[in-house]
Design a protein around this ligand. Structure first.
Ligand code: ZN
Length: 85
């Protein structure tokens, strides 16, 4: 019977991640799907699936734009500024 600690994602790939860290790589690949089914590169620093990280980043950005109108206005201004140059 698996304990909760053994079910942590890094428990399944200690060698790959350790090897990636040793080689100084920022990402590594296991070929196994993450808990949301992505077969993608993983971050060496956290072991997080890159696709999941992108998804979280997008969700956080949307939440931030929704709740913080100053940030939303700054982002619009920044986009306009970049399109001019
Ligand atoms: Zn994932």
């Amino acid at each position: 019977m698996a304990t909760p600690k053994q079910l942590q994602p890094w428990a399944y790939q200690p060698q790959e991640r350790a090897a990636a860290l040793e080689a100084g790589l920022t990402q590594y690949f296991t070929g196994r799907p993450c808990k949301y089914g992505h077969v993608a590169m993983r971050s060496s620093s956290s072991g997080t699936c890159i696709e999941c990280a992108k998804k979280h980043q997008k969700q956080n950005l949307e939440k931030r734009l929704e709740k913080n109108f100053v940030f939303a206005a700054y982002r619009d201004w920044e986009t306009d500024r970049k399109s001019v140059v």
